[in-house]
Design a protein. Structure first.
Length: 220
């Protein structure tokens, strides 16, 4: 009987290992520029648990070409299978009219791997300057990037960036602090070297049931 139980346990382990070792592939065709054909982006990796996969490569095929134009590797992101597209974003983060690649670094983080498209070489290259901005939101009409994160102490930090010569340049930071009875909003502006405190907005009384995100600048 003991031997039978051991055999069943071994079989279950083998089956689980086999399941988790299964390759995963996700393909998506996206336009990166109005005058270019659609690019096919293929995420490749391995299932590492019942509900997650390790994505370790992005293969890019242009238009009707049969051979890959570029393969991006030397990275690893363990992402939920339930996301379907693994959080892949093909958007113009550096405001040069060519869509770039953003892929979450993990299911519990808010930061992204970022590869920007170089129209001169026609290849994507990793750009870590944009990876420093969690939850980055691209606002084309304003030509700004907005990054938002929550600190362990509950403070909400919202930062704005412009893009100059392909690089993000800090503009403004808003820190919303819960004082217990109200929210204080500390507003900083970039002076060329660091964020400098310019204003503190301290409502006399705030709805204690509100959240900091309800109180951060209405012009966001």
């Amino acid at each position: 009987m003991l031997r039978t139980k051991s055999s069943l346990l071994l079989l279950a382990t083998i089956l689980a290992s086999s399941l988790h070792a299964q390759p995963v592939v996700y393909k998506s065709k996206r336009y990166i520029h109005p005058v270019l054909p659609r690019f096919e982006f293929t995420l490749g990796g391995t299932q590492v648990s019942a509900d997650s996969a390790e994505i370790a490569s992005i293969t890019i095929v242009r238009g009707m070409e049969r051979q890959p134009h570029q393969t991006i590797d030397k990275f690893s992101a363990v992402l939920p299978l339930s996301w379907g597209d693994y959080g892949l974003r093909v958007e113009d983060v550096n405001m040069d009219l060519y869509n770039d690649i953003l892929l979450p670094k993990g299911d519990t983080t808010e930061t992204f791997f970022v590869w920007t498209y170089d129209k001169a070489t026609e290849y994507y290259a990793r750009d870590t300057a944009y990876e420093k901005m969690p939850n980055v939101e691209i606002r084309r009409e304003e030509k700004t990037l907005v990054s938002e994160r929550r600190e362990p102490n509950g403070d909400l930090i919202v930062e704005r960036y412009a893009v100059e010569n392909g690089e993000p340049v800090p503009l403004r930071r808003e820190v919303t602090i819960n004082t217990g009875t109200s929210f204080e909003i500390h507003i900083y502006e970039w002076n060329g070297e660091e964020f400098e405190l310019r204003e503190v907005v301290a409502p006399e009384q705030s709805d204690t049931n509100a959240t900091p995100s309800d109180s951060v600048g209405t012009d966001r």
